[in-house]
Design a protein around this ligand. Sequence first.
Ligand code: ZN
Length: 227
Amino acid sequence: MHLTSETVESLVEQLSKLPTVGRKTAQRLAAFILKMPREEVVEIARAMVAAKDRVKTCSVCFNVTDVDPCPVCQSAKRDRSVICVVEEPSDVLALERTGEYRGLYHVLGGVISPLDGIGPDDLHISELVARVAQPASAPAVAEPGEGYDGNADDGAPAEAERVPVGEVILAMNPNVEGDTTAYYVGQMLAPFGVTVSRIARGLPIGGDLEFADEATLSRALEGRAGM
Ligand code: ZN
């Protein structure tokens, strides 16, 4: 099906490249964009390009950031003795939204998946091991020329950065690849005497026992907590 305007057609085509956006949604978005004030459209386009150009990876935790190390790694308010390991930067966002977690993060950049040719060396696992192995690691050490100005910002005392890692929380997704990766990371961390835990898995809030699949239900049973 072709639209009457080639320009609109090309916009629909570009928008359909985004995840979860099918052709119908892309057409709806395109129609909406046509009705938007020009400045707002320019703002969206600029934000997309700026994100692509300016956002970099934190050299400590591998989360996306404008500054290196990222604000979480630099913050004196975070509990430096706990590292939560996740697959992707979007997982950090999800955990931050809960407002429950006050520790640091480590983004692996994916999961071990032999079928897709992704092995442990393709992920930031060795960097995690290095963080755990170094009891006096100073995360504020940035590579020269990476835009880090060397200021002791927000008065974060150097002492606060010298907390050894005591616990690593594995927050991979509950599927075969996530399980494999969690197991592998757990094995790699075993020699360092840190507590390694995995986030509990179970029924989604608002979920119905009746509609939960067996794996979810059995995991919910396994991960049961005292009342
Ligand atoms: Zn960081």
